[in-house]
Design a protein around this ligand. Structure first.
Ligand SMILES: Cc1cc2nc3c(=O)[nH]c(=O)nc-3n(C[C@H](O)[C@H](O)[C@H](O)COP(=O)(O)O)c2cc1C
Length: 153
C-alpha cells in the first residue's frame, strides 16, 4: 500500500539514560541532533527528567525510521519504548529541529498536568495511557512555547 503524498511519520518513545546527562552532554547531543535533523527534514522535541527521556520525532517516514534505528542503537540510553508511531499530514513541532526542555525543576503546582503526563509515560505499561499522556505533553510544550514567544515579542 502506498502512503498518501506528504505523509509524515510521528513517533514518540521513552528511554532511560545509562549514565546521567549533564548540561554539556545534552548540549553536545542537541547540536549534533539539530544539524542532522535539519538535513533530513526531521523536527521534534526532547524532554529529560530523572534520567528519563521522552522524544517526539516527525518527518518523512524513511528518515524517521532510519533515525530511530540509530537512536535505538545508541548506548547512552536503554529501555527504548515506542509509545506512538503513526502517520500524519501535519507537523506538531515544525519550528524545532529538536526542541529541548529540561524538566528537573518543574513542579506539578507550577505546571498542572505536566508531571502526571511525564510519570504516566515513564511508568505505565499501558499503551492507551502512554499515548494519551504523550499527546498531552506535546500540547503542553506547544502552549508553553507559544506563551514564551508572546512574552518575547
Ligand atoms: C535520547 C537521545 C536522543 C537523540 N536524538 C537524536 C536526534 O534527534 N537526531 C540525531 O541525529 N541524533 C540523535 N541522537 C544521537 C544518535 O543516537 C546518534 O548518536 C547520532 O545520530 C550520531 O550517529 P552516528 O554516530 O551513527 O553518525 C539521540 C541520542 C539520544 C541518546
Amino acid at each position: 500500500m502506498s502512503l498518501p503524498e506528504g505523509a509524515l511519520r510521528s513517533l514518540v518513545y521513552s528511554s532511560e539514560a545509562v549514565t546521567r546527562f549533564y548540561q554539556d552532554d545534552l548540549d553536545q547531543l542537541l547540536v549534533q541532533a539539530r544539524q542532522h535533523n535539519q538535513s533530513v527534514d526531521i523536527t521534534g522535541i526532547l524532554l529529560y527528567k530523572n534520567d528519563q527521556f521522552i522524544q517526539f520525532l516527525e518527518g518523512p517516514p524513511e528518515a524517521v525510521d532510519a533515525l530511530m534505528e540509530t537512536i535505538r542503537r545508541d548506548v547512552r540510553h536503554t529501555n527504548v519504548r515506542i509509545l506512538i508511531d503513526e502517520l500524519t499530514l501535519e507537523r506538531q513541532f515544525d519550528e524545532w529541529t529538536m526542541g529541548y526542555h529540561p524538566m528537573k525543576n518543574q513542579t506539578s503546582a507550577a505546571l498542572p498536568g505536566f508531571r502526571d503526563s511525564f510519570a504516566d509515560i515513564a511508568e505505565s505499561p499501558d499503551a492507551l495511557t502512554t499515548g494519551r499522556a504523550a499527546k498531552e505533553l506535546a500540547l503542553w510544550f506547544r502552549v508553553r512555547a507559544a506563551k514564551r514567544n508572546e512574552v518575547a515579542a
